[in-house]
Design a protein around this ligand. Structure first.
Ligand SMILES: NC(=O)c1ccc[n+]([C@@H]2O[C@H](COP(=O)([O-])OP(=O)(O)OC[C@H]3O[C@@H](n4cnc5c(N)ncnc54)[C@H](OP(=O)(O)O)[C@@H]3O)[C@@H](O)[C@H]2O)c1
Length: 334
């Protein structure tokens, strides 16, 4: 890499609704305005990145564009004075990788307020194994705990358990002392989920059994849901009195076909989780817990590592729901 130029994935719309991804050389001077210039060491692949990289509606409005909602690296310059050159910083969410050139490039330039100092206890690599998916899992557990769901309350269900959010949620909950039940469509991954800390692994189809009934037998003290649709609706109907369910995703469906009974007869709470605009206070606190008492014990077991040059098949795989755990993008080796 010569001074001022770097490699990045650039997605272009070559014909209406037809998108092409190429790895090209870009200039630091062409990055958007912002106080913080970061040399990106690692990024990660999230579902949203695959949507941006393939032109799916709702993420990126204009192309050409460099996706990557996650980046961790070393400060080159910060005009705000908040960080000094050489500091290690994490940037996730806000507009990164949406309509601001993202972490699938070896440099990003962003507002300094988007940066989180890398907490002691995490390496840059580990922070991106966690990435937005793991931060979202952390935020979900943080909200469950703040709502009063303690490990003694009972079983916590994690849906989409082999995915990015699910895998890290299983690890965090187990580390924090909860009994975790992991729901998956991949029966072959039972061993993987148990290694991460799940006490029990169930087929995702059993979660939606009885979906047509108004209420189900109480089972879950809490749940971390990434699926939405009938899955989330059925989980709510099977949540125990006073239980809490978090909702962050829509890999199954964006609708929520539920009635009011879980809420008005059992006092169940449904908490929305948004990692993108999460305020700085809880953002820092969740990262600090992820670096400390919540750091998943088997983080490396969740990782598949790629470079910009080998990212393409992973994009198709995550859209097809076939990825296990987290995909780390190594920008130093790209
Ligand atoms: N709100 C936020 O701030 C936020 C942040 C990050 C992610 N998200 C959202 O959270 C969701 C999960 O993200 P992720 O990065 O974990 O994605 P991911 O790695 O692709 O994992 C999703 C998992 O869900 C399961 N799944 C896939 N298709 C399914 C279907 N049709 N029905 C039921 N289960 C299905 C699969 O796990 P199994 O095979 O184990 O069932 C899959 O591995 C996405 O919708 C993403 O956009 C939201």
């Amino acid at each position: 890499m010569s001074l001022g130029t770097f490699s990045a994935m650039v997605v272009s719309e070559t014909a209406p609704k037809s998108f092409e991804r190429r790895i090209v050389k870009r200039s630091v001077n062409d990055l958007p305005p912002g106080e913080l210039l970061l040399r990106v060491h690692y990024s990660s692949l999230n579902y949203k990145d695959a949507m941006s990289a393939t032109g799916r509606p709702g993420v990126t409005k204009s192309y050409p564009h460099t996706p990557g909602i996650d980046a961790a690296g070393v400060v080159e310059e910060d005009a705000s004075g908040r960080f000094k050159p050489g500091d290690e910083v994490i940037v996730t969410g806000y507009d990164l990788g949406m309509n601001t050139a993202g972490g699938f490039g070896q440099y990003i330039r962003v507002p300094a307020a988007w940066g989180v100092p890398l907490p002691a206890g995490l390496s840059l690599r580990e922070s991106m194994v966690i990435g937005t998916a793991g931060f979202t899992a952390g935020l979900s557990v943080y909200r469950l705990a703040a709502a009063g769901v303690a490990p003694a309350a009972g079983e916590i269900l994690v849906t989409g358990a082999t995915g990015g959010v699910g895998s890290i949620a299983v690890g965090i909950l187990a580390r924090a002392g909860y009994r975790v039940v992991a729901a998956t469509g991949k029966a072959s991954e039972e061993g993987y989920l148990k290694d991460l800390g799940a006490s029990e692994v169930i087929d995702r189809q059993t979660v939606t059994e009885g979906a047509e009934r108004p209420l189900l037998k109480e089972r879950w003290a809490g749940a971390v849901d990434v699926v939405g649709g009938a899955t989330l609706a059925t989980v709510l109907k099977a949540t125990r009195y006073g239980g809490v369910v978090t909702c962050c995703g829509l890999v199954g469906a964006p609708d929520l076909p539920v009635n009011v009974f879980p809420f008005i007869l059992r006092g169940v709470s449904l908490l929305g989780i948004d990692s993108v605009q999460c305020p700085a206070g809880p953002r820092l606190e969740v990262w600090q817990r992820l670096a400390g008492s919540w750091k998943p014990a088997h983080l490396e077991e969740t990782v598949t590592e790629v470079t910009l040059q080998t990212l393409e098949p992973a994009i198709a795989a995550i859209l097809a729901g076939q990825v296990r755990g987290r995909t780390l993008v190594n920008l130093l080796a790209s």
